[in-house]
Design a protein around this ligand. Structure first.
Ligand code: UD1
Ligand code: UDP
Length: 458
């Protein structure tokens, strides 16, 4: 079996790592395609080193640019590679332009696409990521969703439940495995070598002594809706200025550095005594710094997940999130770029022990760290059962009717579908209550529930 993986940015490398490890462990053939969207050493190569990943077989080298141009170059490059390599399946991860390009290129070649971290929705169409993940989900064959909530999102969009697999999120695999390695590497007497960013751009190496690492707040910021908006950036900087008892460690994304400079805000931030501006750091260093943090301020998707995995309270600098499970669990609070809200919640975490403990004790919704193994097992089984081929149907099309059925029988989803020749889309425990939606897992008992059912007519 030959598996192609497309990745192109920092989070994709991190979240694909356990899948790549598992592919190697099982002796499958791997074709690793880097789009080249992230190209700085700090945004790409250092993650291959830290995570001990094989070098990509191809780098399409798209670089930075407008979304249309970047995506078009990716599609062209990926299509050519897929035709030459004759792979059995393509895996993409998350919501970047690589996901959109990979899913489009492969599906047009009738290759099955496995979307890792499928089904997330912010319901905010202004986010490029929301468009990418929705289009990728139209083109995919396997949906590896992190939670039941993301499975329900897909079911409500009409995706067949048999193609949806709740696997947890591979970020937990990466986090657990690498935090252990990082803790072995660093003791309390060691130092982390960081590159401090100055206003004059004569960046200097410095050693951060871990003994001195107290009162840490880790900050990251790169989302277009924040960093391309001067007022929002300014509000966030003004909030940071008031958190002067903290050591704010801010590995700055290249996009953010550029926009701060363009808006004339860079020196305002760099002059804050409590903010340590550094180049983006490798995964081991970053996890270690995170693990020492009292709290996290971020607009990153992956870091919202890592925070709840590491039991660290996170304030998310956004007005919505495609990770609502973290909010429902109590480990994450949306504060937008509102200065008062940021300060109010940060002060509650720092000064109110009950508040802090409630956030720290939030249950991680993203699984136990075996997502990569589960995903590779699923595709390998499908390959062995000859289910990866996508071929034009040669039987006359079935029609179906969609019905809502109240069930009073003691019967599971699997048995109900067999008995009634059809497919359950979604289950309602209480028809009148929005919160009572359930994903139709095979062994879910349907007694006293309602189902939306597609009945096939032969
Ligand atoms: C991309 C993803 C985003 C993801 C983020 C992870 C899309 C649409 N966006 O956003 O979903 O959360 O990666 O970090 O796919 N730049 C450099 N060096 C690099 C890479 C980028 O200097 O190695 C600068 C360039 O000025 C570039 C800007 O950063 O124009 C933005 O890069 P881009 O890859 O377009 O988007 P990200 O903001 O990184
Ligand atoms: N990260 C890192 N070094 C840094 C900043 C972030 O290793 O200096 C990791 C972080 O642990 C997380 C991932 O990068 O796993 C998140 O990437 P990013 O925020 O760029 O993208 P997003 O998750 O928002 O798509």
């Amino acid at each position: 079996m030959k598996v192609a993986i497309v990745l192109g940015t920092r989070p994709e490398i991190i979240k694909m790592a356990s899948i790549i490890d598992e592919i190697k462990l099982k002796g499958l053939n791997l074709v690793l395609i880097h789009t080249g969207q992230h190209y700085d050493y700090e945004m790409s190569d250092q993650f291959f080193l830290d995570l001990e990943l094989p070098a990509p077989d191809y780098n399409i080298g798209v670089g930075s640019g407008m979304h249309g141009e970047q995506t078009a170059l990716m599609i062209e490059g990926i299509e050519e590679i897929l035709i030459n390599e004759k792979v059995d399946i393509l895996l993409v991860q998350g919501d970047t332009n690589a996901v959109l390009a990979g899913a489009l290129a492969a599906s047009k070649l009738h290759l099955p696409v496995g979307h890792v971290e499928a089904g997330l929705r912010s319901f905010d169409e202004t986010m490029p990521e929301e468009i990418n993940r929705k289009i990728a989900d139209v083109c995919s064959r396997f949906y590896f969703v992190p939670t039941e909530q993301s499975a329900i999102n897909l079911s409500l969009e009409g995706i067949n439940r048999n193609n949806i697999f709740i696997t947890g999120n591979t970020i937990v695999d990466a986090c657990f495995r690498n935090l252990k390695i990082a803790k072995k590497k660093f003791t309390n007497n060691s130092s982390i070598k960081l590159v401090k960013i100055n206003e004059s751009n004569d960046n200097k190496d410095f050693l951060l002594n871990l003994n001195e690492l107290d009162n840490v707040l880790t900050l990251t910021l790169h989302r277009a809706e924040n960093v391309d908006n001067k007022d929002r950036l300014n509000n966030i900087i003004e909030a940071l200025a008031e958190l002067n008892d903290l050591n704010i460690i801010f590995p700055i994304h290249p996009r953010t550095k550029k926009t701060l400079e363009n808006f004339g805000l860079f020196s305002k931030l760099a002059n804050l005594k409590n903010v340590h501006l550094i180049e983006p750091v490798g995964y081991l260093d970053f996890l270690f710094i995170l693990s020492k943090s009292l709290l996290i301020l971020t607009d990153s998707g992956g870091i919202q997940e890592e925070a709840i995995t590491l039991d660290i309270p996170v304030l998310t600098l956004r007005y919505n999130t495609e990770r609502p499970e973290t909010i429902a669990a109590g480990g994450n609070i949306l504060v937008g770029s509102n200065k008062e809200k940021i300060l109010e919640k940060a002060n509650s975490i720092l000064n109110d022990e009950n508040f802090l403990n409630q956030m720290k004790n939030a249950i991680n919704p993203y699984g136990t760290g075996d997502s990569g193994e589960k995903i590779v097992d699923i595709i390998l089984n499908s390959y062995k059962n000859n289910e990866l081929k996508i071929e034009a149907p040669d039987d006359i099309m079935n029609s179906f009717s969609t019905e809502i059925i109240a069930i009073d029988e003691d019967i599971t989803v699997f048995d109900f579908e067999k008995k009634n020749n059809g497919n359950i889309r979604i289950v309602y425990t209480n028809y009148n209550d929005n919160n009572s939606i359930e994903f139709p897992l095979d062994d879910l008992n349907l007694k006293n529930k309602f189902v939306v059912f597609d009945r096939y007519k032969n």
